[in-house]
Design a protein around this ligand. Structure first.
Ligand code: OXD
Ligand code: MN
Length: 608
């Protein structure tokens, strides 16, 4: 059983440092939520073991085979709680225009009242865990502190792997470090003597952000970004607000170190919408000889100008919460190796010999599978065995391709920024922006076909500026301006990263992918690095610089396929620009003038 303390309203202070304002906040939470007990977490291995034992006993965790998946567990969520719920995600700034047209806005006072009413007694019968954590290496000038309160031991165990949980954060807060309040409840009080469910949650869900007071309040879900508040809620939504105020950027980006055959290393960040292969790119095994990709992060990067004026990046997270389906020895061998042990799997299928399986892991589903929903799998019905948004949670350090700089408090200097999305037409395999502001325009007008990471119809194209549409904590027009301002700042003091756009997902008229992707994307990396080094020429197009050619040595690809990958269809681009223009119009006078100028310039180039 986990160690419990009596609620701090009555308990004496223990020897652990408990900053007064954290204590006050915990007291308030205890008075409102009425948990049975309070546990202050320290992120230790012993604590992880206690939580694991507790959840195995409660039936939340299923132990996997100690020979097939040592130290690993399977969790099945409620079928109603399987993904981030953007429709229940709110930005509660005082003024609606500060949340902007792409966020759900509710007045902060009203939202607090709603949440207070819902939360009264919501933790009855449960333990309230207090989890102090650092986003970024402890002590880094780029790191930020937070404390999550939660009644979900699954969330605590996940946070152990995903962020740096440490009581040292309480020391830092005690010494005055600012911190973000992350309050979470599954919203499912437990009646006395009632048996708990394996995945308690509530049909009513709110994931609410109060950017002005740096608070997050999440009710009703235990899944992913809804509940693991340091990730999307803090490191993107609240951090994007902090970043704008403090002159940096919080981005939905993977972060990698790329080394060329000549031994020169470059750092690249890339923003792709959810489930567009960020983890695969972050762990790429280049097929082109001599190239090496090392992983720094697969989802979030914080970028700030360093003392030398160059843009530097850290990964604020310490683990992966990746989409399992589609991951295989062919698509991502590094991830498969990383998931061999000490992994928490959520909503994958269970094999009869105590292992896990998901669609795409092997061509054929094994016999006698149990689905993510806990029923026998019948391949003939076409029903998927793993949920399409099934996840793995694992520490960064389990990744064999992890770059040694991953924990560097100074971060790494950024050489190139890549935007991209899942487009079956319109956007070529790769292009380079004409300059920073044009690159910002490409980011601002990015679009992608929908995937399972969020609600909505699969396949539908949506504009997703900078892959931040669900994650920007303020008006997206102001966010675009922050990008323009960063360019102005970097231009005067440092070396600017160059900006590119990629699309691995082009399809032919029969609906088949034209580009093989995965390790073959190293051919695109080769072009990008050659551009950085000034060693390849490029061809102008209305939407940016296109490769004149690509290194296709050893790749079996038809001439016309390559032509389709490296050219633009002006009619499609024109239609796309119209759609982008309609999208951008919603920002009204918050749309930066320089974005409008880029739109006009693109239209002009198209009419030439
Ligand atoms: C994620 C997402 O989980 O973007 O990373 O949805
Ligand atoms: Mn993501």
């Amino acid at each position: 059983m986990p160690m419990t303390l009596t609620p701090p309203t009555t308990s004496p202070r223990t020897e652990e440092p408990r900053p007064v304002d954290v204590l006050e906040w915990v007291h308030e939470a205890v008075a409102l939520l009425e948990p049975d007990s309070v546990t202050w977490c320290d992120g230790s291995a012993a604590e992880a073991q206690r939580l694991t034992d507790l959840m195995v006993e409660q039936g939340t965790l299923v132990s996997l085979s100690s020979t097939k998946r040592p130290g690993s567990y399977l969790v099945r969520s409620e079928p109603t709680d399987v993904a981030r719920v953007e429709s229940r995600t709110f930005i509660c700034s005082s003024h609606p225009e500060d949340a902007g047209p792409t966020n759900n806005w509710v007045d902060p006072t009203e939202m607090r009242e709603t949440l207070r009413d819902l939360s009264r007694g919501a933790m009855r019968g449960r333990t309230l865990y207090v989890v102090p954590f650092s986003m970024g290496p402890l002590g880094s000038p780029m790191a930020r502190s937070g404390v999550q309160i939660t009644d979900s031991p699954y969330v605590v165990l996940s946070l152990h792997m995903m962020v740096r949980v440490s009581t040292k954060v309480l020391d830092a807060i005690d010494e005055g470090a600012p911190w973000v309040k992350c309050l979470h409840t599954v919203g499912s009080p437990l009646a006395e003597d009632a048996r708990d469910e394996a995945w308690p949650c509530n049909d009513t869900k709110y994931i609410s952000h109060f950017p002005e007071t740096r608070e997050i309040w999440s009710f009703g879900s235990a899944y992913g970004g809804n509940a693991l508040l340091p990730k999307k809620a803090f490191a993107l939504r609240i951090a994007s607000v902090l970043a704008r105020e403090e002159g940096w950027m919080a981005e939905h980006m993977l972060l990698v170190k790329i080394t060329s055959p000549q031994g020169k290393s470059y750092t690249v960040v890339a923003a792709f919408p959810s489930a567009c292969g960020k983890t695969n790119f972050a762990m790429m095994q280049p097929t082109l000889p001599g190239w090496r990709v090392e992983t720094l992060g697969d989802d979030i990067a914080w970028l700030a100008p360093g003392s030398d004026g160059r843009l530097r990046a850290i990964n604020p997270e310490a683990g992966f919460f990746g989409v399992a389906p589609g991951t295989s020895a062919a698509t991502n061998p590094v991830a498969m190796n990383m998931l061999a042990s000490h992994t928490l799997f959520t909503n994958v299928a269970h094999t009869d010999d105590g292992d896990v399986w998901w669609e795409g892991m092997t061509p054929q589903a094994p016999d006698n599978l149990t689905t993510w929903a806990g029923s026998p799998h019948s391949a003939s019905t076409g029903e998927s065995a793993a949920h399409p948004n099934a996840r793995f949670t694992v520490r960064l350090e389990a990744c064999a391709s992890l770059a040694p700089e991953w924990d560097d408090p100074e971060g790494v200097p950024v050489d190139a920024i890549i935007f991209g999305g899942r487009r079956s037409t319109t956007m070529p395999l790769v292009l380079e922006a004409r300059d920073w502001n044009h690159g910002v325009f490409l980011g601002a007008t990015m679009a992608s076909e929908k995937t399972a990471a969020a609600e909505g119809a699969l396949g539908e194209v949506r504009r997703d500026p900078f892959a931040m549409l669900p994650f920007c904590g303020y008006n997206m027009g102001d966010y675009m301006q922050n990008w323009i301002d960063m360019g102005d700042r970097l231009r005067t003091v440092g070396r600017m990263p160059r900006i590119f756009h990629v699309n691995w997902f082009l399809k032919d008229s029969d609906g088949r992918f034209i580009w093989p992707g995965f390790g073959e994307n190293s051919r695109v990396v080769d072009w990008i690095v050659n551009r950085l080094e000034g060693s390849v020429a490029a061809e102008p197009s209305p939407i940016g610089w296109l490769p004149k050619s690509l290194n296709t040595e050893g790749l079996d690809i038809a001439e016309e396929a390559l032509e389709a990958l490296l050219s633009v269809d002006r009619d499609l681009v024109r239609q796309d620009l119209e759609d982008a223009e309609t999208f951008l119009a919603q920002f009204g006078d918050r749309l930066p003038a320089r974005i409008s100028e880029e739109l006009r310039a693109t239209r002009e180039r198209l009419s030439l």
